[in-house]
Design a protein around this ligand. Sequence first.
Ligand SMILES: [Zn+2]
Length: 310
Amino acid sequence: MFMKERTAPHLLAALPRLMHRLPKSHECWEDIAQDHYKVRAGFGGEQYVDAILKRLRIPHVAVADLQLAERFCQIDTVVLTPAFALILEVKNFSGTLLFNETSFHMEQETRDGTRLGFNSPATQVWNAKEELALIVDRLGVKLPIHTAIVLPYSSTLVERAPKDIPLVYGNALNHFISRLPQTGRLMPFSEMEAIGQLLINHHSPFLKTDYSKTYFYETKDLKKGVLCGSCGSPCRRMSQRTFICNSCQAKVVDGYERALDDWFEFATPGISGEQLQAYLGLKDKHAVGYLMRKMGFVRIEGSRVYQRVE
Ligand SMILES: [Zn+2]
């Protein structure tokens, strides 16, 4: 039973919006596209593993996507059973993974022979175990904590697997869990739930991404106006709220709101009247004032910058 289900990562929807806002010729466009691919693959792998865990026969509770604030520690999944806790780090990579335990590094060799480097998930799992141990200790509970790196699909090959952390393929995960020692004091279900709830209470949502710093672009690089949500082309206004894509004819409702969402997420947290007029192609400052009032924006005192009222 999942006490906290996995939700789609924010980047899954945000990165395609940023890809629409930047010209395809921009230096960072390919990086964003690649990151989007990785986020999608990662989430797909995690969902696949969740579905496997839901078939686990031994009593358990599971918590997905934990961000423990103290040390920016991120945990994909925690499974609590009567005898132990198990931390799972899901890695959905294609090609071959090579682990280096001396430098705590992992390399992925893709099918076309490209080699990419990553921090070792073994280190990530080790940090997660330390963090979880602290929380469980505070409860005064003695609970063995196991860890594993899960490769959802058996098409991922591994060379030099890490020695101290088991690497398990998705289809063998429940078998692996059923073979972990079930000794010591067994927790009643209510206690498993209490620990699960405590972990959820320690969860703090992910920090906001600073896109322009991550991908190296400037506000002036962003395309202006209302863009189509499906193909990213400019749209023309049909009525107060409705816009139509010039290219694929898709209808965009609340086009100005969507365009402003993009501005606040990918450009700056505020917008001046002049910037807004240029960004949305508004006729004059009266049109700016009208739109801002209608959308419930306020001017920061003593400045010309509008901000959203949270
Ligand atoms: Zn379109």
